[in-house]
Each structure stands twice: as structure tokens, then as C-alpha cells.
Ligand binder design. Structure first.
Ligand code: ZN
Length: 410
């Protein structure tokens, strides 16, 4: 059945002024059929959604989530079976979709089978997966503790193949295993990070040669490419020289890295949400964010702010990513991006058209245009004058995916 949204303020990331029109019609094919002022374009029998007082925007796209992740105590994590994890992923996918996130790229942990479930009718965002991130031994993705306990949790080797690799040959094999398991992207760590026990954001991981093997294999297989967790400047530069498509976190970015990003048209995916979430008292007091991770994260915060602002000033593209897990409210990232120097329009662009470009979906998603897939979110008020609304889950009042109303709280 066709859908018509009437009385709306229509805003997409291309311009600060709303589109000329207050009526958006979606055809039976789930794509936007027309945008205009006349209600005469509404076909008979359409479902009419009155959006008075709301702004319609393209569905939000998060380029960095871990749908299988959780902020929880170790006892809970190690007691959970893979079957339970999959059940949780389905639940989280529905919650995120209903919060306005219509597309996600999982940056590690989600199996390709989940993508099939969402595409086949389970409520959830469109999904691109990177399966298991490629890490050096002792790197950010190595789940072995100093005492030899492997903290990766329960997961089948068929769907989530091992991904610790050292040297070009091992890297090639590990990448091919992810591709066999259905990876759309190869995720890697070109630096250490906050949540790992044995390294820190200052560590450089993988050589340019090893990173180049990942890029080559992704290209040969025809998948989207490589995304790199990259925190310090040297690791960011290595990843860029090797040819990755996005820099994740990027808190240590310097001018040389910025030059490369501008030259190669590579966006930064800043993930502010996780930086704030892990320092919330609730998580710190329970030890869910361990003391050593609190220390590392606190030390990063000034760099994160200063370097992101500088990158934005120099014109680096930004695509939204949160590093969000279960219980996280992903749209909050837009508020954080504005707090750290992006304009409200820039934040909206990052979460729509820029994210769609990064995920190679811009022909179908990311703006409000006839012919594009009708993935939409309705928010009360104006996100350009009141970006703080992104912090409040109640402000997203309805969500449409492929022309179907999947949430309506008006
Ligand atoms: Zn992540």
C-alpha cells in the first residue's frame, strides 16, 4: 500500500533549508515517488501519516556498531552461549531500527547470517558486516588475557573465523576466511586501543605491507574495502597509505594524516558515543569499564576534541559511527558531534548522505529524493536549531524503512 507523509518539514543533509514541499509520497515499491506541495499526488488508498510539527529526515546510518556487544560484567559475558547472543542481536537490531537507525555497518562480531535474517523479515536495520576484525598477536583484537584466559566468548568458527594474523601470508588467509564467512568489509586495527588489556592507543599495529594485503584481498573479492580502528597518527597514516576506506576513532589525527584523507577522500568515523559511555559512573563504579581503560580513555579526551575540531576545520569528511552496543542510544552521536565542532547540518550530513557514500549506498539512501528507498525518520522540532534533541530518544516519533512504518509513537 502506498504511504503519504503530509504536513511535514522535509530536511535532508544537502541543504540547511527544508525542501520545497510538505508532502512525501512513497510508492508500492518502497521508494520515494514524489515530493511536493500538492496533496493531489497522493494515490487513492494510501496510508496517510500526518507529520505536523515534525521534521522528516532520511533514516540515520551508523557506520560503526557492535550489535553483539554489551557493557556488562565479565561473568555475564562468559556465561552467554552463542544462541543467546544471536537472540540478543535480533532484539538490539529492532530497538535500533525503532530509534531511527535504518542502516548499520557492524565493525566486528556480527555474523553474515544476521544480515540475512534482517533482510528476510526480522525487524532490524540494513546491515553490512565485517565478521571478525583482523588483529596482530597481542593487538587490540587479541582476546587473550595476560594469564592466558581467552575472553572472546562463545562463537562458531564457521560464522566467525579466527582473525589473529602476523605477516602478509597469515593476514591474507585470515582475510579470505572472513570473506568466505560473508564479510562485506574487512575490519582491522592499525593501532592499539582502550578496551584491550595488553596494548594502548599509542601502539602501532600491522605494517603498511600487511594492511596493503587486506586492501588488496578486499578489492579482489569485490567487497566494500577495509575500515581501520586507528588512534595514533602513525597508525592512521599507515592505514591511509595502504588504502583503507575509513578511519575509525582517529583521535590522534595530525596534519599529515589529514592531507592524506583529503587527497584520498577518506572520511573519519569519530565514535564519540563510546568515549562518553565508557566513562559514565554507572559503568566505572561496577568495574564494567575496568580502571586501566578509564585511565586510557581519560587521557585521550583532550586530543579527541582538539584533533576532531581541527580535522573538521580542514574539511575532512565525517561519517557517523558510535561504536554502540546493546542499550546504547545511537542517535545521541549527532549531539556529540555538534558539541565537538561539527555544525548541526554537518552532523545530519554525517549520519545520512556522508554515511551512505561511505557504505556505497548513496544511489539508494541518504537523501530525500524521488527514486530513493524510503528510509525515513520523523523527529519533533528542528535538528538544525536544536541539535540537543538527539540526546532524547522520545524525539524520534516515527520510523519508516523501505516505505513501511516500523515505529509510530506520535
Ligand atoms: Zn568498535
Amino acid at each position: 500500500m502506498p504511504l503519504a507523509i503530509v504536513g511535514a518539514r522535509l530536511l535532508d543533509g544537502r541543504s540547511a533549508s527544508p525542501l520545497d514541499g510538505d508532502t512525501l509520497v512513497v510508492g508500492e515499491d518502497g521508494r520515494i515517488a514524489s515530493i511536493g506541495r500538492s496533496r493531489s499526488a497522493i494515490p487513492d488508498g494510501s496510508t496517510v501519516l500526518d507529520a505536523a510539527g515534525a521534521t522528516v529526515i532520511p533514516g540515520l546510518i551508523d557506520c560503526h556498531v557492535h550489535i553483539g556487544g554489551a557493557h556488562e560484567r565479565l561473568e555475564a559475558a562468559i556465561a552467554r552461549t552463542y544462541t543467546e547472543s544471536v537472540g540478543q542481536m535480533l532484539k538490539v537490531g529492532q530497538a535500533w531500527l525503532e530509534s531511527g537507525i535504518t542502516t548499520i555497518r557492524d565493525a566486528g562480531g556480527a555474523p553474515a547470517g544476521l544480515k540475512k535474517l534482517f533482510a528476510g523479515g526480522w525487524p532490524g536495520p540494513r546491515l553490512q558486516v565485517s565478521v571478525n576484525p583482523i588483529s596482530i598477536t597481542g593487538g587490540h583484537g587479541d582476546g587473550m588475557s595476560p594469564s592466558g584466559v581467552i575472553l572472546d566468548g562463545d562463537r562458531p568458527m564457521t560464522e566467525i573465523p579466527p582473525a589473529i594474523a602476523d605477516g602478509p601470508d597469515e593476514v591474507r588467509k585470515a582475510v579470505r576466511a572472513q570473506i568466505r564467512a560473508g564479510a562485506d568489509w574487512i575490519k582491522t586495527f592499525s593501532t592499539g586501543g582502550v578496551y584491550s588489556m595488553m596494548d594502548g592507543p599509542g601502539a602501532v599495529q600491522f605494517s603498511v605491507e600487511e594492511l596493503g594485503v587486506m586492501v588488496e584481498e578486499a578489492r579482489l573479492a569485490g567487497i566494500h574495502g577495509v575500515l581501520a580502528h586507528a588512534e595514533n597518527a602513525a597508525g592512521i597514516r599507515n592505514a591511509l597509505v595502504a588504502g583503507v576506506r575509513s578511519i575509525e576513532h582517529g583521535d590522534g589525527i595530525d596534519d599529515e594524516a589529514i592531507d592524506l584523507m583529503l587527497e584520498r577522500d577518506v572520511p573519519i568515523v569519530p565514535t564519540f558515543l563510546i568515549s562518553y559511555r565508557m566513562l559514565e559512573p554507572e559503568l566505572v563504579e561496577q568495574g564494567i569499564t575496568p580502571p586501566w581503560a578509564v585511565e586510557k580513555q581519560q587521557a585521550l579526551m583532550p586530543d579527541l576534541d582538539r584533533n576532531f575540531r581541527h580535522a573538521v576545520e580542514r574539511g575532512v569528511r565525517v561519517a557517523m559511527g558510535t561504536d554502540g552496543v546493546r542499550d546504547d542510544h545511537l542517535p545521541r552521536e549527532l549531539k556529540h558531534m555538534v558539541d565537538h565542532g561539527l555544525s548541526p547540518l554537518g552532523a545530519l550530513r554525517a549520519a545520512t548522505i556522508e554515511a551512505a557514500r561511505l557504505l556505497d549506498l548513496a544511489d539508494d539512501l541518504g537523501t530525500l529524493e524521488p527514486g530513493k528507498i524510503a528510509d525515513l525518520a520523523l523527529v519533533t522540532g528542528d535538528p538544525l536549531t536544536e541539535p540537543a534533541l538527539w540526546g532524547d530518544p522520545a524525539r524520534v516519533v516515527a520510523v519508516v524503512q523501505s516505505g513501511r512504518v516500523v515505529a509510530d509513537r506520535r
